[in-house]
Design a binder for this molecule. Sequence first.
Ligand code: AMP
Length: 285
Amino acid sequence: MTRVIRTREELREALSGAPRPVGLVPTMGWLHDGHRALMQRAGAENATTVVTIFVNPRQFNEATDYTQYPRNEARDVAIAAEEGVDVVWAPPVEEVYPPGFDTRVSVGALAQVLEGGARPGHFDGVATVVAILFSLVGADRAYFGQKDAQQVMVIRRMARDLAIGTQVVTCPTIRERDGLAMSSRNVHLSPEERAAAPVLRRALLAARSRWEAGERSADALRAAMQDILATEPLAHPEYVSVADGTTLGELEAVAGPVLLSLAVRLGATRLIDNEPLAESNDAPG
Ligand code: AMP
């Protein structure tokens, strides 16, 4: 039986005697197969699985992106139940941020580049809400998608720095058949934009194949991505990045683990995707 609860108090009560380990999957709802994969992994590795559904106002830097974010709690709860989730926490905003709430968790350099540069304040909102969730749930493990590669790095840094014992687990990106990374925001794409959207994946794979062929100039890899994006008139790139896979600093020459990433606007919808590159003898990040 999946329990759906709203308050901090109910959450503590529901988890007080719950079998451990506890696995947490934080989401903003409008659940898709990417979220299902996180729930399945959490279910396989833990005795109790908690999913949170909360469209976090503090991580949105555009008001319309927040108000238009897709929501369907009944459908989300049905999906969580299908996946055998024990507890769904779907709080109202004031339950996460009670009156007088005045704390911000702000991660440093890792959170200032890429998405942090393009979306000021975004990662403060993410780190703050995830710190609250980690504290309330007291999870042994929490599951995040590679789809949001920088987010999981920022959260891992935050948990380490604040000595929060929750282990941060990264799960692979789940894609549509044509390569588009699943995302709740894909629902906003017009049919023409949806048809154009796999260009993000094609751009990343073009850079990956140049790298596999021996290219080690980061500018050449950026150009490979830009060239593919330029073939799609509906795609408006915001950034393409070839960054150090550990620090996310932009590279000149590629060596060691690398994160290829990009953000592209298709009409009013902003999509992101990424592709990690690692030499076979690189230490795992
Ligand atoms: P969101 O609801 O978009 O905030 O995402 C909640 C979690 O699901 C985050 O850890 C995301 O990285 C992860 N996620 C979103 N889309 C995907 C995907 N296509 N594949 C894997 N994980 C995903």
